[in-house]
Design a protein. Structure first.
Lengths: 484, 1058
């Protein structure tokens, strides 16, 4: 089958480079290299940059409790809210963070179920990001209420007054949706960590490490029986998580869609919010992974192909939200409802026009550059470009929330919102918290799923023949090893 | 000063009892023990004049005075203690009402003071009095807060230091001795106007004792030009007022009779009565307004002419000429022939005046021309001549005896002070240092008097400059009397022992005349006896009746039907020509500010936060001008982030300068500016501090109303102003619906054919509506035809429902807490706008969007159709407010009731708690909300529940437990002087509300949302004169209903079938 002519062999190999899939682990790294390389991050002393970054972001993160203390002690009035605009940065930030939290579970659950093998090297950090984003998100709805000491009224706790929650309120659905999402995501993440925690335990050189990772590994020995249980549990959790990816942001969108406010009362919201969440989430995964890949030299595990794939998803979802934006306008016009028409005209040309056009630029126009392969391949261009969706998705929520309610039905009650220093500082604080938690994560936990990455190496393939990859093609230019 | 319980002195002839040998011996030790008997309590008295103990004392005191002497005469004892045994009739926790009245410069407003356990908490109009019929206004409503103002000073002071009563006693003696020596030439009294017959009596007594003494009266907003005109026309001792009860055509020339012009209560009610339209063919009055600034009267006008205040004379001359040609009389002829022949004011359409005159003449006998009382006497005299030609005198314009005898003016007083003749000056009320004309330099004059004394309920600038300050009483603290606008005699009944141990003007005058301080109502009773010419039991009965009902109807009104033509002509001859105003020499007009009047209410938080009915400005005043004037002067207003940023100008008039922000007021006449008085008195208290500018600084004796030659220069600085409504137009939305009378007569159901209502398919609901099967079904209807937008409802609601004020900074942020607001929109051409007002409170939607979104069920529906708030359950997600299409929900962003307004952002660092006195005002039946809680209009649910309980109690064992129709009123409804708000039970056919809701002109705001509000509106009907040039006779969309509305809402094509 194979031609002996070296010239044609070279041409064939060259052609194959285009036809074949790139391997998910470059440079034919061995299994032990993968373990070593990922565990080393946790095991070796932290580099100087980590200390600097952690202290800096930790300090910024400390703004969060400081601002929350001031908020609770003084009143919601320390924010810039007012009567037509009863929600602004609080709910904007909530939806922003919860949206970011979507990529992690999407990668770990939906891509798992659809057998997308490239997920393996990014799912751990994406999931961690989800957990941290949901923590940041949860702060806002919890603390935005006027009397947080009564926030437990939101939970169906049997009480002497026999008052129940109002199950018609989307805000209550939110409470359930977000708490479920957080719980499931946390369990899912932790479950996936167990085999790697066991590896860390086994490699630990100090007693303390052995103890901590030993407890966290929950007695994992890697037996066949344990693997069987593990695989089943993981599959089940993936099954549970998948609808959650769609439901959480749909429910978040119901906060707006089920209201009667022009600009909120829109049936397109659930799919549009989910698309936007995935869009923002992937942008954030890229934002975190590209620098950490560089800092820890993980190019062979998080390859350009991973980045390329994520850019494509970003392009797709970015276009979806762009479609949604235009559809909103069309429906407003088509409805013939002057209040709806005004709401959308006001978005684009009212006092918050700058927010609207910032959103369009960041979310619709900027991602279009990902049509160009160059833009997807150069990690620094990617890093620059994903900053647009990161910003744009915050603006999207701001535009939806604030521009709709600042001018609704009665012109007499129109108002304007401007943030106070507390609004701004608290948001910066949560960004600090998010990065701070992520820095702790990369320091103390394996940021790449070691055992799953090994699964996608050629060696993991039962039909592995050394120089052939799993597809049986000799596409690797690396020197051939002798057949066994 | 240590306050010692004063035991009643033992009667001189009785046996003397002693408690111990120590007392008997009067040893110092015993005295000490007596005073130290309750050392803890005594210490408390020293530090906190309103501790629990002291409060109980006051409470008991007021109950005692409420209880005895029928209907609340004060118990004659000089010491007051709590009840040890409760009177049988007293039900703790039940409110009681006492008839009283708020003195005003043009007649007191008859009121009922609602007291709760001895503390007055709410003012209502006296329903028995024909002048108010139970109605009130913003000042009457807010005056209760003045009673509890913590800035009121508690002590007598002499040269700024606390003084003793005995020192004052000595001073009075000294003044009297000094006056006796000069037969009064050294004594002068400068008083405000209270219309009190007792004060007139004491004044006469004082002048009898000291015939040379000066008695001057100064009211900055009542310079007495109307009295001058009245004296000329009807003879001395007369005054006139409008009687709009039967007026069908009204021309108001620079007369804001629905707003700041005094006596508005009856005028508003009568005007509204003539405005009410229920079915086609109902007669509706017609209002012409010619005015400089857009007033609420102008907003009710069917035809409004922008006219400078200085042109009113020329305008009336032309009107007079037109009327003469149609229906002249001798008096008008005389006045017109003696008056100078002024040309028609520039830019005024002669046809407008012609048609207006024709209309007035057609309705002669039922028409009236009203002129602002601060217009020159000559102009007012001409107006009286016109009115006599129209047959208005005795019909729509009534003449009555003057309330008080003529007194010296502040100019006369100043001249005497200048001459150095006066050695002692007694100032009763008022604040001349602040508001006297600048050319008098009253401050220097006051400083030159050896002894000056100021008696005032509130310490102000004058108090600080007088050698003596005597804390006065609020009208709810002392006995008094007054004449109300219609001349009826009203009693002013105290409802609480003076909080700060003040003394009333009458008590002080009594002492000044050498009598002992009167006990209880003795002084008033004396006046009453003299007025009624009764004695013995008859007098007692009449007195009890007076105290119970609050008034004795006016005994006589002057029967004058004609004017003295010659005298009027002589006065009219003085009508002056007004120079043309230009951008360089503007015509300034000193107007009263709707909230602050002449400045007396400036430390009243409710009124500070009460939005000006037209500009919606709070916490500030500003120079008002038209957009043309602003453009010519390069001045700008901008809404920046919800805040009105106004250019600050330097206003110069005859060498005097003030700096003030300008507000561009639509409908203002060009090249004239309005200078609202009353602000800029930082010394009044913490609330007043920093609000507005003092326009009095420009005011001179010769320019106390009109100030031609005013210059405005841009300073380049701006000032942030707090407005409660930033957007002034309806954006083509069908919110306030208007039609002309003819359109209404043609189709009474016109409201349903306006805007989206014409197109919406029948509403369907996704949710099951809550069961509305309660015993009662509450609803409210607001008649937009009669609502003048006066905002009295806002203050009434504030008082009733313990609504906090939030301060200027918070209003600028859009956090005002008013449960009812009056939306004001401008319509029509930007140059000649019309204005409409729409009160908006919680609509109590049957299908309430706020209820579905509250996650914790804190806002739910009750079976009587009320949307109720459970404050205890509310966690403050604010979702309900977002989903409220009417934006009537209010959120407590801070602990407004617990923290000082300037320390809201300090959080727990700020001292917690509110002034004790402010707490006394709170309505105990309404929760005082804490921070983090949403609140909104409840339809005064506390009144509903109270009425239900009363009905049940009254019913006893019978089955008739329903609240009688019309007996239950919400606070806004009760206050509304125009009777525009109707509330009641839909299930009771006798209630007006159900009938109004079924009228074809009834509509719901934002009907298409299907929220099914329980608060609905009756479309506004205007009565334009079709003959008027440029009259807008059609208010409905010009196209027929069958035509496409496509351009309006894009639905034209799909709606072709209907």
């Amino acid at each position: 089958m194979r031609a002996d002519n070296p010239a044609s062999h070279a041409a064939f190999a060259k052609a194959a480079e285009y036809i074949d899939r790139k391997p998910l682990v470059s440079n034919r790294r061995s299994l032990s290299w993968i373990t070593d390389h990922v565990c080393r991050i946790v095991e070796q002393p932290a580099p100087l940059w980590w200390w600097i970054a952690t202290v800096c972001f930790g300090a910024v993160a400390a703004l969060t409790p400081a601002m929350l203390t001031y908020l609770v002690a003084t009143g919601v009035g320390v924010w810039g809210l007012n009567v037509p605009v009863c929600w602004a940065w609080d709910i904007t930030n909530f939806v922003f963070w919860i949206g970011i939290g979507h990529a992690g579970t999407l990668i770990s659950a939906i891509l798992f179920l659809t057998r997308q093998k490239w997920r393996t090297s990014i799912n751990r950090s994406a999931e961690a990001m989800t957990i941290f984003a949901v923590i940041c998100a949860g702060i806002f709805p919890a603390f935005h209420v006027g009397r947080i000491w009564f926030a437990w009224f939101l939970f169906p706790i049997p009480n002497a007054n026999a008052i129940w929650q109002n199950f018609r309120s989307p805000l209550l659905w939110d409470v359930f949706a977000v708490s479920t999402y957080f719980t499931v995501s946390l369990i899912f993440w932790y479950l996936g960590l167990i085999p790697d925690l066991a590896s860390l335990r086994d490699r630990a050189t100090t007693r303390l490490r052995q103890m901590i990772y030993g407890i966290l590994a929950m007695g994992w020995r890697g037996s066949n029986r344990q693997w069987t249980h593990y695989e089943k549990a993981y599959l089940i959790l993936a099954g549970i998580s998948t609808p959650l990816v769609l439901s959480v942001h749909s429910v978040v969108s119901f906060d707006f869609a089920t209201s009667i406010v022009p600009g909120w009362h829109t049936t397109i919201f659930p799919p549009y919010f989910v698309a936007g969440a995935i869009f923002g989430g992937f942008a954030m995964v890229l934002t975190l992974l590209i620098p950490f890949r560089e800092l820890y030299g993980l190019h062979d595990l998080v390859t350009d192909k991973h980045i390329d794939n994520m850019c494509k998803i970003t392009l797709l979802t970015g276009s979806l939200v762009g479609y949604a934006y235009s559809m909103e306008f069309f429906i407003a016009w088509y409805s013939g409802n002057p209040y709806e028409i005004y709401a959308f005209m006001n978005r684009a040309f009212g006092p918050y026009w700058w927010a609207y056009w910032a959103m369009i630029t960041c979310n619709v126009i900027a991602p279009q550059l990902f049509w160009f392969k160059y833009c997807r391949q150069n990690p620094w261009v990617v890093l620059a470009l994903v900053m647009f969706p990161n910003t744009g998705m915050w603006f999207e929520r701001f535009v939806i929330i604030v521009t709709s309610i600042h001018r609704d039905f009665l012109p007499s009650s129109w108002g304007y919102f401007s943030p106070t220093w507390v609004d701004i500082t608290l948001f910066i604080g949560t960004i600090g918290l998010f990065v701070f938690l992520f820095l702790l994560f990369v320091r103390f936990l394996p940021m790449i799923t070691i055992f799953e990455v090994k699964n996608v190496t050629p060696e993991a393939d039962p039909h592995h023949h050394g120089e052939h990859d799993s597809q049986g093609h000799a596409s690797h230019p690396a020197p051939a090893k002798a057949h066994a | 000063m240590k306050r010692v319980l004063q035991h009643p002195p033992a009667p001189a002839h009785g046996r003397t009892y002693w408690r111990s040998l120590g007392e008997y011996a009067k040893t110092p030790d015993f005295e000490e023990w007596l005073h130290r008997e309750f050392p803890a309590g005594a210490a408390e008295w020293e530090q906190d004049p309103l501790s629990r103990r002291n409060f109980l004392r006051l409470m008991g005191a007021s109950l005692a005075l409420a209880g005895l002497g029928l209907g609340g005469c004060r118990r004659p004892e000089a010491h007051l203690v709590p009840f040890t045994q409760s009177p049988e009739w007293l039900i703790s926790g039940k409110t009681m009402s006492f008839a009283t009245a708020q003195p005003r410069r043009r007649g007191a407003v008859p009121l009922l003071a609602t007291t709760f356990d001895g503390r007055p908490i709410k003012m209502e109009g006296n329903p028995l009095h024909p002048f108010s019929e139970g109605k009130s206004d913003n000042h009457a409503q807010a005056s209760i807060l003045d009673l509890y103002d913590p800035a009121r000073r508690r002590h007598l002071t002499f040269q700024g230091k606390k003084a003793d009563t005995s020192q004052l006693e000595a001073e009075i003696k000294r003044v009297r001795a000094e006056a006796s020596a000069s037969s009064g030439a050294t004594l002068a009294v400068l008083a405000d106007e209270t219309c009190s017959p007792t004060r007139e009596r004491l004044r006469a007594e004082l002048l009898r004792q000291f015939p040379q003494a000066t008695w001057a009266v100064y009211e900055p907003l009542a310079p007495g030009y109307d009295a001058e005109a009245s004296t000329a026309a009807f003879g001395p001792g007369t005054q006139f007022r409008a009687n709009l009860a039967n007026a069908s055509t009204i021309l108001a020339a620079d007369c804001d009779f629905l707003g700041s012009e005094d006596g508005d209560l009856a005028d508003t009610r009568n005007f509204a009565a003539g405005r009410r339209i229920r079915k086609p063919g109902d007669k509706v009055n017609r209002l012409y307004v010619a005015e400089p600034r857009f007033s609420i009267t102008g907003s009710m006008a069917d035809h409004r002419l922008r006219l400078r205040a200085g042109e009113v004379g020329a305008f009336l001359l032309e009107l007079g000429r037109q009327i003469r040609s149609l229906r002249g009389n001798a008096e008008l002829n005389a006045a017109l022939s003696s008056a100078p022949d002024l040309p028609l004011p520039h830019g005024v359409d002669a046809a407008w005046i012609r048609e207006c005159a024709a209309d007035l003449v057609t309705n002669a006998g039922r028409s009236v021309v009203l002129v602002g009382r601060r217009q020159p006497a000559s102009v007012q005299a001409l107006a009286l001549a016109i009115n006599s030609a129209l047959g208005a005198i005795g019909n729509t314009l009534v003449v009555q005896p003057a309330f008080s005898a003529p007194a010296a003016s502040i100019r006369d007083l100043a001249a005497r002070l200048q001459a150095g003749a006066i050695k002692s000056l007694i100032i009763l009320g008022g604040n001349p240092i602040y508001n006297a004309p600048t050319d008098l330099s009253f401050e220097n004059l006051l400083a030159s008097v050896p002894s000056s004394l100021h008696l005032s309920a509130q310490p102000n600038a004058t108090s600080a400059k007088s050698s003596w300050f005597v804390p006065g009483t609020h009208y709810l603290e002392a006995w008094g009397d007054a004449l109300s606008g219609d001349g009826s005699y009203v009693s002013i009944q105290p409802t609480i022992q003076p909080l700060w141990a003040g003394e009333s003007q009458l008590e002080f005058l009594c002492r000044l005349t050498g009598q002992a301080k009167p006990i209880g109502p003795a002084l008033i009773k004396e006046t009453f006896a003299a007025r009624t010419n009764q004695s013995g039991q008859k007098l007692e009965d009449a007195w009890n009746n007076l105290v119970r009902e609050g008034f004795v109807p006016a005994s006589s009104t002057s029967a004058a039907k004609s004017v003295n033509g010659a005298a009027v002509a002589a006065l009219a001859a003085k009508i002056g020509d007004t120079a043309e105003a230009s951008a360089g020499a503007l015509e300034g007009v000193f107007v009263s500010s709707p909230a602050m009047d002449d400045g007396r209410y400036l430390n009243n938080g409710w009124l500070q936060e009460w939005p000006d009915p037209m500009t919606k400005l709070t916490w500030d005043n500003a120079i008002l001008l038209s957009s043309t004037t602003a453009k010519a002067l390069g001045l700008r207003n901008e809404i920046v982030k919800g805040i009105l940023v106004a250019d600050v100008v330097r206003a110069t008039l005859a060498g005097q300068t003030v700096e003030a922000p300008v507000v561009i007021a639509p409908g203002h006449v060009d090249f004239a500016v309005s200078l609202p008085l009353g602000y800029g008195q930082d010394e009044l208290g913490p609330v007043a501090k920093g609000s507005g500018f003092n326009a009095y600084r420009l005011r001179r004796t010769d320019a106390d109303y009109l100030a031609p030659g005013l210059k405005l220069e841009k300073t380049g600085r701006t000032r942030q102003l707090a407005v409660t409504q930033e957007h002034q137009v309806m954006e083509g939305r069908d919110l306030v619906r208007e039609a002309a009378v003819a359109e209404f007569n043609e189709d009474p159901g016109w409201v349903k054919k306006v805007g989206m209502d014409a197109h919406i398919p029948p509403n369907q609901s996704f949710y099951k509506s809550p069961k509305l099967d309660g015993e009662y079904q509450w609803a409210m209807v607001i008649d937009l035809s009669t609502c003048t937008g006066c905002n009295a409802c806002v203050t009434a609601c504030t008082a009733e429902n313990n609504i906090p004020i939030v301060g200027k900074d918070q209003v600028m942020k859009g956090r005002e807490m008013h449960w009812i607001r009056v939306d004001r929109y401008y319509t029509g051409e930007p140059e000649e706008p019309e204005a409409v007002a729409q009160p908006v409170a919680c609509m109590q939607c049957e299908n309430a969007p706020c209820e579905t979104v509250c996650p914790v069920n804190a806002t739910v529906h009750n079976e009587e159709g009320l949307n109720v708030m459970a404050y205890n359950r509310c966690i403050g997600t604010r979702y309900c407010a977002n989903n409220c299409p009417y934006k009537v929900r209010r959120f407590n962003f801070f602990d407004y009731n617990q923290r000082a307004l300037d320390k809201l952002y300090w959080g727990p660092v700020a001292p917690k708690g509110t002034e004790e006195t402010i707490k006394l005002q709170k309505n105990p039946n309404v929760t005082v909300r804490m921070r983090g809680v949403m609140e909104k209009c409840t339809f005064c649910v506390q009144r509903i529940e109270e009425a239900k309980i009363s009905a049940r109690v009254k019913a006893r064992d019978s089955a008739n437990i329903r609240i009688p129709a019309g007996s239950l009123k919400t606070a806004c409804q009760q206050a509304c002087p125009a009777d525009a708000i109707v509330f009641g039970d839909l299930k009771n056919e006798k209630e007006q509300v159900g009938q109004l809701r079924n009228l074809p002109q009834n509509y719901s705001l934002l009907e298409y949302l299907n929220v099914r509000p329980r608060l609905t509106y009756l479309g506004r009907v205007r009565n334009p004169n079709p003959a008027m040039p440029g009259a807008r006779t059609s208010y409905l969309p010009s196209h027929g209903h069958g035509e496409s509305h496509g351009s309006e809402n894009g639905r034209g094509k799909t709606e072709g079938g209907h």
